[in-house]
Design a protein. Structure first.
Length: 212
């Protein structure tokens, strides 16, 4: 009898959790749809994922962005910059693409969102808080995004895979861990207003050995 009661309670809790999760997801979807009714507004521009055609930079944002417990990935120049909005503000982590041996793309999950997972080798610079939409540790980063952003997610997935394939073919050595640390420090100087974006890009490319 006790076991039967425990099973009933577990089932009720599970159903309640699913209903609550669906309500939260529906809230975020409706909120986004309302914002996107004015696609040229500053708020709309701040939540969408996009590709900068001039620079080739790809920006993929989670379905909660820019609220707390949300994330964006900025992919360019053989690195992925991961920004997370947590309870204590924004945290940034720099990951060289050579440290991402595997990416897994799911076009439609049971939650109704797309999911892109990056497997990361070893420990990379930066410390993040775990969140509901992003499960973070030292071995993977998981992004849940609106299905309207699936083409951007595919571009990110293909870019990382192709760069790793090219690096494996040419047997290029991986950037040392200190390079990621230096880039992370430079990014902080940009956030603090000490460096301009142009100065940051120049120093970052120099550290990565990229000719400009």
């Amino acid at each position: 009898m006790d076991i039967f009661l425990i099973i009933i309670i577990a089932v009720v809790l599970f159903i309640g959790w699913k209903i609550f999760g669906s309500a939260i997801d529906s809230h975020h979807l409706k909120k986004r749809e309302k914002i996107m009714q004015s696609p040229n507004s500053e708020l709309a521009k701040s939540i969408i994922s996009f590709v900068n055609e001039a620079t080739g930079e790809m920006i993929l944002r989670s379905y909660r962005y820019p609220e707390k417990h949300s994330v964006e990935w900025i992919v360019s120049d053989n690195i992925v910059t991961i920004n997370k909005n947590g309870d204590n503000g924004r945290k940034t982590k720099i990951v060289p693409i050579s440290e991402i041996p595997t990416t897994i793309l799911q076009e439609n999950t049971s939650l109704g969102y797309g999911c892109l997972t990056m497997r990361i080798k070893g420990v990379v610079s930066g410390q993040f808080l775990g969140t509901a939409s992003v499960l973070a540790d030292n071995s993977q980063e998981i992004m849940h995004f609106f299905m309207s952003d699936i083409e951007i997610a595919k571009k990110v997935h293909d870019y990382i895979s192709e760069r790793n394939s090219a690096q494996s073919t040419t047997a290029q050595p991986s950037p040392p861990q200190s390079v990621a640390d230096e880039i992370s420090k430079l990014k902080q100087l940009v956030d603090d207003g000490v460096l301009t974006q142009q100065e940051f890009d120049h120093k970052k490319n120099k550290l990565l050995g990229i000719d400009t």
